[in-house]
Design a protein around this ligand. Structure first.
Ligand code: AMP
Ligand code: FE
Ligand code: FE
Ligand code: ZN
Length: 292
């Protein structure tokens, strides 16, 4: 069994890179992919622990992208689409790392604007308080935790519903790359772009619409679909698997482990033991990466 989708506390997971490697080894995983949001630092920090433990560690990333940043429906932007990038054969290029740094700067600017907006709404929180939780990848979930701790909301979901969600009171648009731009950057960096958890896409509700989307992304260089995923029903898995075959895409899989931040999802085995991704998936990815 392998797991190609996991998060450390360098993004929004709860486990340190060292703990994640220890847990993956204890579970007997044959390989682990670390796919933190918009950062490689969890992978970088985990590398020596994986080597020491003899665990095969795959470098990955999960980018937040917009399908068509300029298009709005009823004045609303679509929610962001997650794009995985895997580097099973060669390390990501230096220019890719530079590009990620730019994305992190955009996040920092968004966070500053979000604080200003919350303050103007009478919510007394500071960037320092939020960054204490989020450190180098402070995101809205950390804002939600501070709002809860300070009694502005009764639970984390209310923090999103009232203040933080895309169209809530304090919403601030972050400059995110387009999905196609993300695909191109991962390819140029020597990686494999894979559409993460396709069930979350509006298009996935309709097989025909989903096919149209996948076809256009394949033309841009998409290499895979995350077919095996904790939140996929057997019917969804079958549909995504068929689509991957139709377009000769890799069918990848992973749990999206976030530790205690998503306690219902277990490393490797997913939700209620619904995952068991075989090593053959990774073998195909390596082959594809060598050809690319
Ligand atoms: P950020 O990357 O800082 O914009 O935060 C995005 C994260 O916030 C997502 O990965 C979700 O975990 C969470 N999130 C965004 N919108 C919502 C929402 N409406 N309800 C609950 N969680 C949300
Ligand atoms: Fe996450
Ligand atoms: Fe995701
Ligand atoms: Zn994820």
């Amino acid at each position: 069994m392998i797991d190609l989708h996991s998060h450390t506390n360098q993004s929004d997971g709860s486990a340190t890179p060292e703990e994640l490697i220890r847990d993956a080894s204890a579970l007997g995983l044959e390989a682990l992919g670390i796919t933190d949001h918009d950062t490689l630092s969890g992978y970088d920090l985990a590398r020596p622990y994986a080597d020491a433990a003899g665990l095969e560690l795959i470098c990955g990333i999960e980018l937040s992208t917009r399908i068509q940043p300029e298009v709005k429906t009823n004045g609303k932007r679509r929610s962001s689409i997650h794009l995985l990038g895997y580097f099973p054969e060669t390390a990501p290029s230096a220019s890719f790392r530079d590009w990620l740094t730019e994305q992190q700067n955009a996040r920092r600017r968004r966070n500053e604007a979000l604080i200003a907006k919350l303050n103007s709404l009478g919510v007394e929180i500071t960037l320092e308080e939020v960054q204490e939780l989020g450190r180098n990848l402070t995101g809205r979930p950390h804002f939600a935790q501070v709002l809860l701790k300070k009694g502005y909301v009764k639970n984390l979901q209310e923090a999103f519903d009232v203040y933080l969600a895309d169209h809530a009171k304090a919403a601030v648009e972050r400059e995110e790359p387009s999905l196609v731009e993300g695909i191109h950057h991962i390819r140029e960096a020597g990686g494999l772009p894979v559409l993460a958890h396709p069930l979350r896409l509006e298009e996935a509700a309709d097989e025909g619409q989903f096919r149209t989307l996948v076809r256009s992304l394949v033309e841009e260089g998409l290499q895979g679909l995350e077919v095996y995923y904790s939140e996929h029903t057997p019917a969804m898995t079958a549909m995504f698997h068929g689509m991957a075959q139709e377009f000769s895409l890799l069918a990848t899989g992973g749990s999206d482990y976030h530790g205690t931040n998503k306690p219902h999802i277990a490393l490797g085995t997913g939700k209620g033991q619904n995952l068991n991704v075989p090593y053959a998936v990774l073998a195909s990815m390596k082959e594809r990466a060598r050809q690319a």
